[in-house]
Ligand binder design. Structure first.
Ligand code: HEM
Length: 448
């Protein structure tokens, strides 16, 4: 989700909470910040909400005073909906994402525009078609590949890149988008597109599908143009594979073998339509995760030092524990949204039970859930000994990220060579902060 969109959404949420008159914004650090700011309430809220700490404060207040808010206001125009519900506690976030029949994914129309017809499994409700497509892709992209193929390649590429930039590195430009784009070329098998093209195409398509909730026609036309080019590149890679079936194992190669063996879901344009969904998900997300995790660590010098010490001894597991805890404070997407398919209720039988109207967009905040003291010990502390199941960094339930195992391994693998050298610091001025021009940081320079 775009940072800009997220702050607009949080702004609307905070105003709504304020208008409910439940004291939601009183008596905590937000109130202090609001009191000391200049301009009207809306302007001051916007200022508070432009950083993740402000967003965490809003959610802390909501969890305490109004954990589930339903309003007639509609914050999303890109997907049809009517009204909004904001859900902040872990149990309720999980409940929304577990109740497939009551809360549906909305992405189908845009998925169809991207492929020029068929849906992709993230845009499908649970059922035979979802299960078939997700399962055949699991046969093509196997779990063991992460250790055998993805991590060694990412580690080597990151080492080479970091060695070539010993003193100063603009992460999204040379490292954090490049390594996942190389994964798309060399492991997925889409080697008919260049790294810069893959980065540009996937960033625009991801923006359109998940972050452009106000339906900007410029975002759509760019995404659809790039979708056409990306589909052609995938078709060309399949044609090349069919003409010359040798070479290393790739996801595409396995998909072609499954197609030849008559596996359902891979006939006709099945391979390319399943493949483009994976390609779109892989590059801007991994890059943004790396950027945001390091950005958080630079504000926690003790944790950064621990991460650098772990990297120096080549301990990717320890590096990962620190990076994922950092991401808890600023995850790539702070909310996951679903549309209610019928009038229903969440958190039934509790004091926070909330009526949800058919058509309402339900924003389940995974950021908030990861700070819920009912589930997370000492949530405001930065700790690296947390159980993995408290993290909701890339979805939860049926649609939890297909790249889950890849993300857990590739993020530490590509960041360890960077962290392993001399102490890192932000570059001076704006260059040393992730830019917020687009939903995905394009620049973030660190020095040593
Ligand atoms: C840190 C990096 C990543 C983040 C933050 C991320 C985030 C997410 C989130 C939040 C969802 C669930 C969306 C929802 O429920 O509405 C999701 C699903 C998905 N992601 Fe990722 N993702 C990442 C990396 C990847 C990678 C590397 C791939 C490709 C291998 C990928 C492919 C997918 C697919 C195909 C789905 C749909 C799963 C389904 O419907 O069953 N993602 N991702």
């Amino acid at each position: 989700m775009s940072f800009a969109f997220a702050s607009n959404l949080f702004h609307a949420i905070a105003l709504e909470a304020h208008s409910l008159g439940k004291g939601v914004l009183a008596g905590d650090e937000i109130a202090a910040k609001l009191a000391s700011g200049s301009g009207d309430l809306a302007a001051r809220l916007k200022a508070v909400l432009t950083d993740p700490a402000g967003q965490r404060s809003v959610f802390a207040s909501l969890r305490a005073f109004a954990p589930n808010i339903a309003t007639d206001k509609t914050f999303v125009t890109a997907y049809p909906c009517d009204g909004s519900v904001i859900v902040t506690l872990t149990a309720d976030v999980r409940e929304v994402l577990d109740r497939q029949d009551d809360f549906e994914v909305v992405y189908e129309p845009r998925m169809r525009k991207i492929t020029g017809g068929p849906n992709f499994f993230l845009g499908m409700q649970d059922g035979a078609e979802y299960q078939l497509n997700a399962s055949i892709m699991r046969l093509a992209a196997q779990r063991g590949d992460v250790v055998d193929i993805v991590v060694p390649k990412a580690r080597d590429a990151a080492r080479r890149i970091v060695a070539a930039h010993p003193h100063e590195i603009d992460l999204p430009q040379v490292l954090t988008t490049v390594v996942p784009a190389l994964m798309v070329r060399e492991y997925f098998g889409v080697d008919t597109a260049s790294v810069p093209d893959l980065v540009e195409w996937t960033t625009a398509m991801f923006w359109y599908l998940f972050a452009d909730l106000q339906g900007d026609p410029v975002v759509e036309s760019k995404a659809l143009d790039y979708a056409g080019r990306c589909l052609s590149a995938i078709d060309a890679a399949i044609a090349r594979l069919d003409a010359n079936p040798g070479g290393p194992v790739t996801v595409l190669k396995r998909a072609a073998a499954l197609r030849d063996a008559g596996a359902g879901g891979f006939g006709g344009a099945g391979i390319r339509n399943n493949m483009i969904g994976l390609v779109i998900g892989a590059i801007p997300t991994i890059s943004k995760a790396c950027v945001q995790a390091l950005d958080v660590l630079l504000d926690h010098p003790d944790m950064l030092a621990q991460a650098q010490a772990a990297a120096a001894r080549g301990d990717e597991k320890a590096v990962g524990a620190i990076l994922f805890e950092a991401l808890r404070f600023n995850p790539v997407n702070p909310v996951i949204y679903r549309r209610a398919t019928r009038d229903c209720e969440i958190a039934s039988g509790t004091t926070r039970a909330c009526q949800v109207k058919k058509g309402a967009m339900v924003f389940a905040s995974n950021l908030s859930a990861m700070f819920d003291a009912a589930v997370v010990d000492d949530p405001d502390a930065f700790r690296t000994d947390r159980p993995w199941d408290i993290y909701i960094l890339w979805g939860y339930g049926l649609h939890r990220c297909f790249g889950d195992a890849i993300n857990r391994a590739i993020i530490p693998a590509l960041m360890t060579p960077l962290l392993a050298g001399a102490p890192l610091a932000r570059a001076d001025g704006a260059a040393g902060r992730p830019d917020a021009e687009t939903p995905f940081p394009q620049h973030f320079t660190v020095v040593r």
